[in-house]
Design a protein around this ligand. Structure first.
Ligand SMILES: [Zn+2]
Ligand SMILES: [Zn+2]
Length: 99
């Protein structure tokens, strides 16, 4: 199960991603920043290397490996790098749960 995230920035960028744990030990879905697509997306992480599902390039992980820590980090003060303007003004807000 996991969390649906709504990403928004002061520059007008809007995106969405998921954060959650997988069925297997060590696997998870995590929000990432792809500099090539200039978008926020989420990738399935297991032991293989990270790959953007759209362009196949390596994206940047937004947070730590543990999705529970990720969820706890989603407070008001937390700002992340925006793929559109490049500044740390992006916010993630929980939209709901999936399982
Ligand atoms: Zn990409
Ligand atoms: Zn922005």
């Amino acid at each position: 199960m996991g969390l649906m995230l709504h990403a928004s920035c002061d520059c007008g960028f809007i995106g969405s991603a998921c954060a959650g744990s997988g069925r297997d030990e060590g696997s998870a879905t995590l929000p990432v920043l792809c500099r090539h697509c200039r978008d926020v997306t989420s990738v399935w992480v297991d032991r293989s290397r990270l790959k953007c599902s759209r362009c196949g390039r390596k994206p940047e992980l937004y947070e730590v490996n543990d999705p529970r820590a990720q969820v706890e980090a989603l407070d008001e003060a937390q700002r992340y790098e925006c793929p559109q303007c490049g500044q740390h003004r992006l916010r993630f807000e929980p939209m709901g749960l999936w399982d």
